[in-house]
Design a protein around this ligand. Structure first.
Ligand SMILES: Cc1cc2nc3c(=O)[nH]c(=O)nc-3n(C[C@H](O)[C@H](O)[C@H](O)COP(=O)(O)OP(=O)(O)OC[C@H]3O[C@@H](n4cnc5c(N)ncnc54)[C@H](O)[C@@H]3O)c2cc1C
Length: 356
């Protein structure tokens, strides 16, 4: 685990006087990865649930006869142990959870999971829970661990719960929750628009497209995506899946300030080592040295940065409600909702757009 943190530290542009909450047995290394501070994604799943009858499963309930050994169960809450955590920015933390090292998490690209935490008791003395979805940023093929990157809200019920966790604590998780099911033969041109923590599902898709199926270092036990990226961006020639070969991916990523950009160094290194990936950043409040775009994602940015409307184009959108309204219209309950906003005005159709 210390290796994980050390490697992650090396990707950081600036050393940061870290504050690790809680007590860790590991010897942490200071690091900082800029992280988006745009309001967290909200949507159909991002509301408060209260449950009174917990149905808790355990990792030993994995059924090895039904297929590959996976840790997640869509019908049971499973306890996952927090292995380690690290401060990523002024308001975001990276959490690594561990499980049976011979099992995969059971996530596919792109999906999320739901977490729940006890939140007091109801009038009858039964436990109430807060439930929130999160999108792991670790490789779905990794065995024995998964990583969550979570922005902390001062009054946020679940993010404050995460902020209080220390290694050894457990979190109850259920999933996967199906979102877009990516497959290499889907579309040739992939465009992405993300705001703040909306980058997390995009990372899953980007990594799936750029992934080399023969490269075993990707699933090495102690390697995060970030650490793996560091290795492969300097020493490894990437051979994409045949159907992903030549696929173009362009990402427009909006944040409030340059320091809020999540995993910028990782995205930059991926783009530098993969000519078929283009990343464009825009921020509301640029610094004096900022060289990216300024302001909300505009029609002009979309025209220049995204693949044109076509049957072979897919545009993925994920961000806070205001951004979704501006870009594509928000989701409605659990459906995609009507396509509106600048994507509609630019000639994209509902079939060409997926809202996370
Ligand atoms: C599919 C999906 C995937 C997601 N993946 C991620 C991820 O990978 N990482 C991540 O960080 N987030 C992710 N999110 C967002 C996440 O689910 C939570 O919404 C987020 O962490 C905030 O939850 P919370 O309980 O901490 O905050 P909440 O308690 O829901 O509060 C959120 C904010 O609203 C404010 N607020 C709360 N109640 C009120 C009120 N009554 N009036 C005014 N303001 C109020 C709070 O002060 C806080 O600022 C995802 C969301 C979705 C839908």
């Amino acid at each position: 685990m210390a290796t994980f943190l050390r490697r992650l530290a090396k990707t950081a542009p600036v050393a940061f006087p870290h504050v690790f909450r809680g007590q860790s047995k590991s010897s942490f290394t200071s690091f900082r990865v800029p992280f988006g501070a745009v309001a967290a994604i909200s949507g159909g799943l991002s509301y408060l649930y209260y449950f009174n009858s917990p149905s808790l499963g355990h990792l030993d309930q994995i059924n090895e006869e039904t297929g590959p050994k996976v840790a997640l169960n869509p019908d049971k809450w499973i306890e996952f142990k927090l292995e380690d955590r690290a401060k990523v920015s002024h308001n975001a933390d990276l959490y690594r959870f561990s499980f049976d090292t011979s099992a995969k998490l059971g996530l596919y690209v792109a999906s999320c999971l739901i977490t729940r935490a006890p939140l007091g008791q109801d009038a009858e003395g039964k436990t109430k829970y807060v439930i929130r979805p999160y999108t792991p940023i670790s490789d779905p093929d990794s065995k024995g661990y998964f990583d969550l990157l979570i922005k902390v809200y001062p009054e946020g019920k679940m993010s404050q719960h995460f902020a209080s966790l220390k290694p050894g604590d457990v979190v109850e998780v259920k999933g996967p929750i199906e979102k877009l099911r990516y497959n290499p033969d889907m579309k040739k041109e992939i465009g992405m628009i993300a705001g703040g923590t909306g980058i997390t599902p995009m990372l899953q898709v980007i990594e799936a497209i750029l992934k080399n199926p023969d490269d075993n270092t990707k699933s090495a036990g102690d390697a995060t995506n970030v650490a793996y990226l560091e290795n492969r961006s300097t020493t490894t020639i990437i051979e994409p899946h045949p159907s992903d070969f030549g696929k173009h991916v362009s990402l427009l990523y909006a944040n409030v300030t340059p320091d809020d950009i999540l995993l910028k160094q990782k995205l930059d290194a991926l783009a530098a080592s993969h000519p078929n990936l283009k990343v464009f950043y825009t921020v509301d409040n640029p610094s004096e040295t900022w060289r990216g775009g300024t302001g909300y994602i505009s029609k002009d940015m979309a025209v220049k940065g995204l693949p044109s409307p076509s049957d072979d184009t897919l545009i993925l959108v994920c961000g806070p409600p205001g951004m979704m309204k501006h870009i594509s219209g928000d989701k409605e309950n659990r459906s995609q909702g009507e396509l509106t906003g600048i994507l509609k005005e630019l000639g994209y159709t509902a079939e060409m757009v997926y809202k996370f």
